[in-house]
Write a protein of this length. Structure first.
Length: 276
């Protein structure tokens, strides 16, 4: 996949890099797999803003993705589509009975390809197998955290994890963050890497594109009044005035650990992502 650059006709065009959409083969979504996506602009049921910087943006419909890939099946890829709800592209599949479904499109998957789900599937891009049937060293994505719950990890554009080893009924996975984690062998995973590898090179180029995504402006705390933010107030350009930066609610903003000290999943994490 390639990106598209522009001549610097305007300041925003100078910095803009967009996807070329070469992989996309299907323009309109499958009607039966689309549902309405309600927007709440960061408000809760009483109308108060509970999440800042949400609001506006283009109207989008949610594509129902099959993250479970349950049972054994043979599917044909009908096309690759753009999905406004995620960074990865999605692939439309049809099984032998004609039932259609969406999956996150792996890199290298094309229209017309046949992919399989089940223990006896080949180690080929797009095929889904239990981790117990995948060889060590294989790159995988769309990984289940709990058997039967559906894929929860490694789903964004360009992401892949590596199956390192299997022992004592558990598999050791290296996640994209660098974290080493144990998983049950009966969890399913998809072979290959998530597509749309060039997503990390995309530049929006202008403020308006951020607004199209439904993201509202962020105001710096240092330009607010003291009643609105811990960094606010003072004459001219003032320092923070605290040992470290704070959130609008007075909590430490950088490096503040929020994970529970005695989390029940600590025993599955062999190496943390930032461990040296």
């Amino acid at each position: 996949m390639a990106t598209k650059n522009y001549k610097p006709m305007t300041p925003s065009r100078r910095n803009m890099v967009t996807p070329s959409f070469e992989e996309i083969t299907k323009k309109t979504p499958e009607k039966s797999l689309v549902t309405v996506l309600k927007k709440h602009a960061g408000r809760n049921n009483t109308g108060r803003i509970t999440v800042r910087h949400h609001g506006g943006g283009n109207r989008q419909k949610y594509r129902i993705i099959d993250f479970k890939r349950a049972g054994e099946s043979t599917n044909t890829v009908l096309g690759i589509e753009y999905d406004p709800n995620r960074t990865a592209y999605i692939a439309l599949l049809a099984d032998e009975a004609g039932k259609k479904s969406y999956i996150v499109a792996p890199s290298g998957l094309k229209a017309g390809d046949v992919i399989y789900t089940g223990e006896n599937a080949d180690i080929k891009v797009g095929n889904v197998l239990p981790i117990s049937h995948i060889p060590d060293g294989t790159y995988i994505h769309n990984i289940e955290l709990y058997p039967g719950r559906g894929a929860q990890m490694v789903r964004s554009a360009g992401a892949s994890a590596q199956l390192m080893s299997k022992e004592n009924g558990m598999a050791l996975i290296r996640l994209p963050s660098g974290e080493m984690r144990k998983l049950r062998l009966d969890c399913k995973a998809t072979i290959g890497q998530v597509g749309n590898l060039e997503h990390e090179n995309i530049k929006l180029g202008k403020a308006g594109k951020t607004r199209h995504l439904g993201i509202r402006p962020t105001v710096r705390g240092s330009v607010m009044n003291p009643c609105d933010h811990p960094h606010g107030g003072g004459e001219g350009k003032s320092p923070v005035g605290h040992p470290g930066p704070l959130t609008p609610w007075g909590k430490p903003a950088l490096g503040y650990k929020t994970r529970k000290k005695k989390s029940r999943t600590d025993k599955f994490i062999v190496k943390r992502r930032n461990a040296r």
